[in-house]
Ligand binder design. Structure first.
Ligand SMILES: Nc1ncnc2c1ncn2[C@@H]1O[C@H](COP(=O)(O)OP(=O)(O)OP(=O)(O)O)[C@@H](O)[C@H]1O
Length: 358
């Protein structure tokens, strides 16, 4: 498998792009390490497929270079990049059996038949199609056909990378979970470099060690699920990851103190000089404590979500959410306290590193 370097990539679909807004990818400069499992996560239109197509060679970037193990492949077509791809909808040979479909990429490379057989049997078990092995793909359900596509993508161990573009869209919800778990297990066993496009945060967070969050043509953060939860680098990551997303409140900051409306709180460190612009305080709903002390709020809604409750409230004219245990009582005169260690500060949407020990 290979390390993939995206070296100052930009892409515009239009001729003669002028400003940043004309680029579907504004600037991407990142490395996918050899053997890493990455999920590209973001809302529709943020540039995930564009980036994946640049890696696979379906698209040549307007600017920048793409390197596989430090070798420039920017001008190489897909066939010359030695990658496996799994798309959103099944790509199978209807007249071939399930077994032959899975064997195809291996036989194509002249792999010995006994090796082919061992590998195909392994994959057929993984995708749960043992009983269909000798049947023609024609007549199988869309779900089963997509499992074959997925299996074909995993058949060869000598590819540089395996790229997945929303591969589980047509798979039923229960099987989705199972296939995701198996993909993760295969990654652990064989150390593939995998890039997996999805707009579903559960899918991204359960599949990948590293989640690449994209927003408006940029990578705003690459991190483990924990990092994205605890230290979102950008306000978009804060509210896109998590359910409900991070509370973001307009704020004014002075050293280690931050003001929201008439309330003043202490930050876990000092903020250096900030450029003028929008300053926001971020706190995850899980770290908002509801009780009789702290900042007064008025409650607008309480939703039961099983073992927890989501409380929606107004604080200093802003709407916030708190996630509390189901048996926590909502007091008559409610107040909230923010866990000071969990406060994040944002200037113009980007996280401000606080100077600790101040
Ligand atoms: N062939 C194309 N020609 C012109 N514009 C395009 C083309 N393909 C994509 N775009 C535009 O580029 C931007 C990024 O699209 P892209 O398909 O990469 O996003 P995405 O994150 O994969 O979205 P989705 O999840 O909906 O597939 C969008 O504004 C889209 O309209």
């Amino acid at each position: 498998m290979a390390r993939i370097d995206l070296d100052n990539i930009r892409h515009a679909y239009m001729a003669n792009p002028a400003g940043d807004e004309d680029y579907a990818l504004k600037k991407v400069h990142h490395t996918f390490v050899d053997g890493g499992a990455y999920a590209l996560l973001g809302p529709s239109g943020c540039g995930k497929t564009t980036l994946l197509n640049i890696i696979s060679g379906l698209l040549r970037p307007s600017e920048g270079q793409i390197l596989f193990d430090k070798r420039d492949v920017t001008d190489l077509p897909t066939e010359a990049r030695n990658i496996a791809q799994v798309f959103q909808f099944p790509v199978v040979y209807d007249t071939m059996t399930v077994y032959d479909n899975l064997a195809f990429p291996l036989r194509n490379r002249g792999v010995a038949e006994d090796v082919v057989d061992k590998r195909v049997r392994e994959i057929i078990t993984m995708i749960g199609l043992e009983e269909r092995a000798r049947r023609k793909a024609q007549g199988l359900t869309a779900d089963e056909k997509q499992k074959i596509s997925l299996g074909r993508g995993l058949a060869r161990a000598d590819v540089n990378a395996i790229l997945f573009d929303e591969p589980l869209t047509v798979i039923d919800p229960h099987m989705k979970w199972e296939l995701r778990t198996q993909l993760k297990e295969l990654h652990r066993r064989f150390g593939y470099t995998m890039v997996y496009v999805t707009h579903d945060q559960t899918e991204a967070l359960t599949f990948a060690d590293n989640v690449v969050v994209m927003y408006e043509g940029e990578i705003v953060q690459i991190g483990t699920p924990e990092e994205l939860f605890e230290r979102p680098r950008h306000t978009f990551v804060g509210y896109f990851i998590g359910s409900p997303g991070m509370n973001l409140l307009p704020a004014a900051v002075d050293g280690a103190m931050v003001r929201i409306g008439s309330q003043t709180l202490k930050l876990p460190g000092r903020a250096g000089a900030l450029d003028a612009g929008r300053v926001e305080l971020g706190i995850r709903p899980e770290f908002v404590r509801l009780g009789r002390e702290g900042m007064p709020v008025s409650i607008t809604k309480v939703e039961d979500i099983g073992r927890k409750k989501i409380v929606r409230a107004e604080l200093e004219g802003e709407t916030i959410a708190a996630v509390i245990d189901e048996d926590t009582e909502v007091p008559a005169e409610p107040h909230v306290v923010f866990d000071p260690a969990r406060l994040n500060l944002y200037a113009n949407s980007w996280r401000v590193e606080l100077e600790r020990g101040a």
